[in-house]
Design a protein around this ligand. Structure first.
Ligand code: PLP
Length: 394
C-alpha cells in the first residue's frame, strides 16, 4: 500500500546497496571510520579546477536581469553553441548548438533519451558489466532492459548482442570508459557493433539507436584518442556529464548530443527537449550552464587518478587478484576469488574493506572497487585485500 509496486520493486532490486551502507555504518561505529576502507563509491574526489571558481564568482557578481529565470528547455543557445564547438574540436565533425541539449547530468540525459524513443515494452540492450542504474532508467520510461554479455576482456560479445536484438529493440546502450570495468571500447568494437546493429535493422525493418554514455570520456590513462561512436552508425546519440571530468557531480550538468549526420536529428532534438520539460527537469541549472560553456577544454587533473590506478592495480594483481588494467574511469573490476561475489564482499567487509559485488553490474563473479579515494584509504585497504584473498583460497 502507499507506494507503487514499480518503485517497491526498484527498492527491492537495489536492497543490497542499502545493506552495504548499513554494514559500512555499523563497521565504522565499531572500529572507527579511520579504520574502515571504503572503496565502494564512485564519488569524484578531485575538486573542480580553479577556472570553475573564477566563473562561479563572476556569475555571482553578475546583476544582469534574467540571469536566473526560465530559459528554453534545451538550454541557453550560447551554452549549446559552446558545447557544440568543443565536440566539433574533439570529433572533427560539424556540430551545431541545435544538435544537443543541456541536461541535469547523464542520469537525466538517459531518462530523457529513453522517454523520447521508447514506447511501452520497447527493448534496450545493455552490455554487462553495466552501471546498475541503467535498468531503472529503462523501466522508468516503460522500456524493457535486455542484457548481452562481454568477453573476458570486457569488450562486448557481438554474438550475444546479435542474439539480444529483436524486432522490439529500440536502442543498444554502451558505456566507455566503462563503469565498472575501466575498459575503453576499441574502434574495432564500435565498427563491429555498428555492423551488428545495421544487420538487425535490415533483418527486422526497424531503426535502432546506438547510445553512448560517456561521463568518463575525459578520464583516460592511454595516449590514444578516444574512440567516438559517431561516424559508425547514423542513429547515434552521446549522453554525458561534467560530474567526473570537472568534479561537478553534485551540480547536475550534462548534455545529450545527436550525430550531426543523422537525418532526423531535428525531430530527435525536439523529442528530448519536450521530454526534458515534461519529466520535470524543465532545463539544466542556469549557473552551471553558464560556467561549463567556458570550461569545455578544461578537465580535472587526470594524472592524479592515473597515479592512484598505478598504485592499486599492480598492488592487487601482485597479490594474486585477476583483473583487467583500468584504461579509464576510476574503477577496477577484479574476478571474485570466491564463486559467490556477495560472499567475498562480506569477507572483505570482515577485513574492513568495502567494495561492491559484481551482481550490481549484471556480472556476478566479480567485484568493483573505486580508486577515487584518498591515498590513505587505498594504502590502508591492502592488508584487508591480502587477508581476504588468503582466506578465500583456504
Ligand atoms: N553513467 C555512468 C556510467 C555512471 O557511472 C554515472 C554515475 O556514476 C552516471 C551515468 C550518472 O552520472 P551523472 O548523472 O552524475 O552525470
Amino acid at each position: 500500500m502507499g507506494i507503487s509496486n514499480n518503485i517497491r520493486a526498484q527498492i527491492q532490486e537495489s536492497s543490497w546497496i542499502r545493506r552495504m551502507f548499513e554494514e559500512a555504518a555499523a563497521l565504522s561505529a565499531v572500529h572507527g571510520a579511520e579504520n574502515v576502507f571504503d572503496l565502494s563509491l564512485g564519488n569524484p574526489l578531485l575538486e573542480p579546477p580553479p577556472e570553475f571558481r573564477d566563473e562561479l564568482l563572476r556569475i555571482a557578481n553578475d546583476e544582469t536581469p534574467g540571469t536566473h529565470r526560465y530559459m528554453p528547455n534545451g538550454g541557453f543557445p550560447d551554452t549549446r553553441a559552446a558545447v557544440a564547438l568543443g565536440l566539433a574540436v574533439e570529433t572533427g565533425l560539424s556540430f551545431e548548438g541545435t544538435d544537443l541539449i543541456m541536461t541535469c547530468g547523464a542520469g537525466a540525459a538517459l531518462n530523457v533519451t529513453f522517454r523520447a524513443i521508447l514506447d511501452p515494452g520497447d527493448e534496450v540492450v545493455l552490455i554487462a558489466p553495466f552501471f546498475g542504474e541503467y535498468t531503472f532508467y529503462v523501466t522508468n520510461q516503460g522500456g524493457a532492459p535486455v542484457v548481452a554479455t562481454s568477453h573476458n576482456d570486457f569488450q562486448p560479445n557481438m554474438e550475444s548482442i546479435k542474439a539480444a536484438i529483436t524486432d522490439r529493440t529500440r536502442a543498444v546502450l554502451i558505456n566507455s570508459p566503462n563503469n565498472p570495468s575501466g575498459v575503453i571500447y576499441s574502434e574495432a568494437t564500435l565498427v563491429s557493433l555498428a555492423n551488428v546493429i545495421q544487420e538487425a535493422e535490415a533483418q527486422f525493418g526497424t531503426e535502432i539507436f546506438l547510445i553512448s554514455d560517456e561521463p568518463y570520456r575525459k578520464l583516460m590513462y592511454t595516449n590514444d584518442p578516444y574512440p567516438f561512436v559517431f561516424g559508425h552508425h547514423e542513429r547515434t546519440i552521446v549522453v554525458t556529464s561534467h560530474s567526473k571530468d570537472l568534479g561537478l557531480a553534485g551540480e547536475r550538468i550534462g548534455y545529450i548530443a545527436v550525430n550531426p549526420g543523422y537525418e532526423e536529428r531535428g525531430e530527435f532534438i525536439s523529442a528530448v527537449t519536450t521530454a526534458n520539460r515534461t519529466l520535470g527537469f524543465v532545463n539544466a541549472p542556469a549557473i552551471m550552464q553558464r560556467i561549463v560553456a567556458k570550461l569545455q577544454d578544461v578537465t580535472v587533473d587526470v594524472s592524479e587518478y592515473r597515479r592512484k590506478r598505478d598504485f592499486i592495480y599492480p598492488a592487487l594483481t601482485k597479490m594474486g587478484y585477476e583483473a583487467m588494467e583500468p584504461q579509464g574511469a576510476f574503477f577496477m573490476f577484479p574476478r571474485s576469488p570466491l564463486p559467490d561475489d556477495q560472499e567475498f564482499i562480506r569477507l572483505l567487509h570482515s577485513k574492513l574493506v568495502l567494495t561492491v559485488p559484481g551482481v550490481g553490474f549484471g556480472t556476478p563473479g566479480y567485484f568493483r572497487l573505486s580508486f577515487c579515494v584518498e591515498d590513505r584509504v587505498l594504502e590502508g585497504s591492502l592488508p584487508g585485500f591480502e587477508a581476504a584473498l588468503a582466506e578465500a583460497r583456504g
